[in-house]
Design a protein around this ligand. Structure first.
Ligand code: SF4
Length: 363
């Protein structure tokens, strides 16, 4: 069914007495929803809520600070995804408060757009060490795991890992008391890990969930199915992205992930530690662990681990606030002059809303 027809079916659903809140986990979904203007097209009883799926936003301060100091204290080159360079962290006065600031102080820090660039760059720089600062979800970690499986990986390539798993963050929200009645699960993560990974939302928490892609037809199909189930008070898992997502995902990619990484409890910036939500290099790859090979001294800061003062990113990531409910939205904090990570990253909800033209602050 095409997007227009699915939208008409959603508009024809009977209005419930109370709004139905639908969480989207992924920054890519939030970008599609906002750019397509879906909020203005859906009935007013449907509330679409952005959630924790921005890897740059949840990357722990300690990891960013470690990357900054590693690049400043050791003769090496550090690469990271472009967004990450501008993320500000709490530091002591005079210290570099972002990777971009460290670069301005002379550190060799370079942006990359894809993990595929890393091997060629390492070869071109050899024997100078190249540290790949990896912040991302399963979709980023799977190609990194494939890279680690390559036979002739350059000896000068090291990883500083801040990888996170998506579903434990959703379970964390649900255990804390869900503020939503239905959920759209990320199609690209499910393409790797399988639609079945999200079955716990229906089985354990009795909520409807649908795996969706990022184009209007799949997104609206996912929204229609979860709204239909929510109106019937039914819990179910649906796959609205069947051309890409299989029930059990991509077994080959899952095997590579299991060989490359152990699963560990991990901190999420502004949220805290979430059980089994992080990746760590297995002992087999310890020689490529930049945190072991290039130790750094990090001075503590009293706000270390927190969001910047006045920034509501944590509440936005936890789906407790909309971006424009932050009192800094659009005044002190804009993409040109970001205060928090949600305004820096392309996948941050504040950045997406501002870029899409949302200028009404409601705080
Ligand atoms: S508008 Fe800026 S300060 Fe407020 S939550 Fe978003 S990123 Fe943080």
């Amino acid at each position: 069914m095409n997007a227009r027809d699915t939208l008409a079916r959603i508009q024809a659903l009977p209005a419930p007495p109370r709004p139905i809140r639908v969480l989207n986990v992924c920054g890519g979904h939030e970008r599609s929803i906002t750019e397509l203007g879906l909020r203005s097209l859906l009935p007013n009883w449907v509330q679409l809520i952005p959630g924790p799926g921005c890897p740059v936003c949840v990357c722990p301060e300690k990891a960013i600070h470690q990357a900054i100091q590693m690049a400043l204290q050791h003769p090496l080159t550090l690469v990271a995804f472009g967004d990450m360079l501008r993320v500000p962290v709490n530091v002591n006065k005079g210290d570099a408060n972002s990777l971009a600031a460290a670069r301005a102080q002379g550190a060799d820090i370079r942006p990359i757009a894809s993990p595929l660039e890393v091997i060629a760059l390492a070869r071109s720089l050899a024997p100078r060490p190249l540290v790949f600062f990896v912040a991302g979800f399963e979709t980023t970690l799977a190609p990194v795991a494939a890279m680690l499986a390559e036979a002739d990986l350059p000896a000068n390539l090291f990883l500083l890992l801040a990888g996170r798993r998506t579903w434990p963050a959703v379970e964390f929200l649900l255990q804390a008391g869900s503020s939503f009645e239905a959920m759209i699960a990320p199609g690209h993560v499910a393409a790797i890990m399988g639609a079945n990974e999200w079955r716990f939302v229906a089985k354990k928490y009795a909520l409807p969930v649908a795996v969706s892609g990022f184009a209007a037809d799949s997104l609206l199909a996912g929204l229609h199915t979860v709204l239909h189930h929510a109106l019937q008070h039914e819990a179910a898992l649906d796959n609205a992205y069947p051309a890409v997502v299989k029930a059990d995902g991509n077994p080959q990619a899952q095997t590579l992930l299991a060989k490359a990484f152990d699963i560990v409890d991990a901190p999420w910036r502004g949220i805290g530690s979430i059980p089994a939500s992080g990746y760590r290099l297995t002992s087999q790859h310890a020689a490529r662990d930049a945190s072991l090979q290039f130790p750094v001294a990090i001075n503590g800061h009293k706000r270390s681990g927190q969001m910047p003062a006045g920034c509501d990113c944590a509440a936005v990531l936890l789906a407790h606030k909309r971006p424009n409910e932050c009192r800094l939205y659009g005044c002190a904090c804009t993409p040109e002059s970001p205060i928090g990570p949600c305004m820096v990253s392309d996948e941050g909800a504040c950045h997406i809303w501002w870029r899409a033209g949302e200028r009404v602050a409601t705080a």
